[in-house]
Design a protein around this ligand. Sequence first.
Ligand code: SAH
Length: 283
Amino acid sequence: MTDSLTLPDGNWPVLEPGWVWLCGAGPGDPGLMTLHGINALRQADVVIYDALVEPAILDWAPQAEHVYAGKRGGKPSAQQRDISLRLVEMSRLGRRVLRLKGGDPFVFGRGGEEAQTLVQHGVPIRIIPGISAGIGGLAYAGIPVTHRDVNQSVTFVTGHDQSGEAPSSLNWKAIAQGSQVLVIYMGMKHAGQIAAALLDAGRAPDEPCAVVCAATTSDQQVLETDLAHLPADIAASGLEPPAILCIGRSVLMRQVLDWQTMMAGEEPRNTDPLGRGRPAQAS
Ligand code: SAH
């Protein structure tokens, strides 16, 4: 399926020996990979990829060695250091190294740390952004992270800190009061603590929430609930990470924009979930 894909004509960058490119693979659906990413996959001698990279994407690099550097959910950072140093070693061997990470490499993916280590060791790098799960994954669930009638801001939050605990340095009160829509990565484990902190800081118990699991993959599942019921509903659903939590009224838009269900022939549940009245007539 994949080897017939040709890049459009253009001046595509060359992955030279000794370079490391850090590339986002998007949230899952291989179609969300960028053209720069495909160009990189074609040239790499070695691809070091994470647990969240969809395996089909590696088919675009049949010539390369595929090295799994998987690590899920806030494990100790010693392992992270190993990965970074391995990238340094590979580059010093003169290999064309592609570091492939789920979503966007610079969004909660420790890509910044890896890139920093590479630069500190004098390794030349290129960064290829990707579609982050907190934006593209929600879009696949029919949830726009911004909508003029809902929010003028969105806050991306991690539900883990480096030790794997709920992040202690976050000012939940400020977040609760200052941010209209929250998009929480790695939030499943501590969903109870997060919901309690937000309720405690004054967010409404009936605030709409969605949990989007394995977003953009064929296993995508979406749970819709509200803040008061979020932890219990997650537990009852049996849903597993990876998942994005979205808290805010944008979740209501899924009632009209759940395009995957509509593609399967279902009508939208409600074409005006925010109660803004009839849309403008097309002329
Ligand atoms: N760099 C990645 C995020 C890495 S942190 C990005 O930009 O998307 C890992 C977390 O990302 C997971 O715990 C989960 O919260 C989220 N995530 C990544 N892929 C996902 C997917 N396909 N569906 C739902 N959540 C996903």
